[in-house]
Design a protein around this ligand. Structure first.
Ligand code: F6R
Ligand code: ZN
Length: 195
């Protein structure tokens, strides 16, 4: 890895970067246990392991002082009433923040911290979201047909803790409803006394 300035271009309307170092794909099977309707999840998966989201990454050293940047694309879709979403995570180095900039689509970021606070913030083109240190975060695409595309920037030493969310889930789920979306309690969320 060289130590020169890097650039990449995000050509509208697709907003896929002009180049990248790594392209990660996550499909339904990577999200087992996270959607509230497990029977519908199994039905969908038996038909097709659909692509749920993709991430384009640019490599930099995973050390303090560096910033990691890339593009996240959550495709439209639902498992039952629940919109397609990322796995979500805490940062392994818990006290590290992240900035998201929404380029395209409509969605929300579902967040919570170990103290029991939660927040859901809308993502729409042109919106910047600051995720403070210690807050787990998951992007959710609430559109029927359009991708949700965000640019993210976070500290090089942040790392990812997926295990905590895989085990306990998020407090809130984002469901289709009469409004654009409904914020509901997640029946699969594991309260602190059961962990
Ligand atoms: C990095 C970050 C994003 C996500 C991406 C995919 O810290 O928050 O780049 O990694 O949106 O989501 P996850 O990592 O939860 O699969
Ligand atoms: Zn993150």
């Amino acid at each position: 890895m060289n130590d020169l300035p890097l650039t990449y271009d995000l050509a509208f309307p697709q907003v896929v970067p002009s180049h990248w170092d790594a392209h990660l794909t996550r499909s339904l099977s990577n999200l087992r246990g996270q959607f509230r309707d497990a029977a519908e999840f199994d039905r969908m998966l038996s038909r097709e392991d659909s692509l749920v989201y993709e991430v384009y990454e640019f490599h930099r050293p995973h050390i303090a002082g560096e910033l990691l940047t890339g593009i996240s694309i959550v495709h439209p879709g639902r498992v039952g009433e629940e919109f397609f979403m990322t796995k979500g995570h805490f940062h392994a180095e818990l006290v590290t923040a992240e900035v998201y900039y929404c380029l395209k689509g409509q969605g929300v970021m579902v967040m919570e911290n170990p103290q029991g606070d939660w927040a859901v913030e809308e993502l729409k083109p042109g919106r910047v979201l600051y995720v403070p240190p210690c807050w787990a975060h998951r992007s959710v695409n609430t559109a029927d047909r359009e991708d949700l595309v965000t640019l993210f920037i976070y500290p090089g030493n942040a790392g990812h803790d997926y295990g905590t969310i895989e085990q306990q889930g998020f407090r809130k789920s984002i469901l289709a409803g009469e409004e654009k979306y409904v914020i509901a309690d997640n029946p699969r969320w594991m309260p602190p006394e059961k962990r």
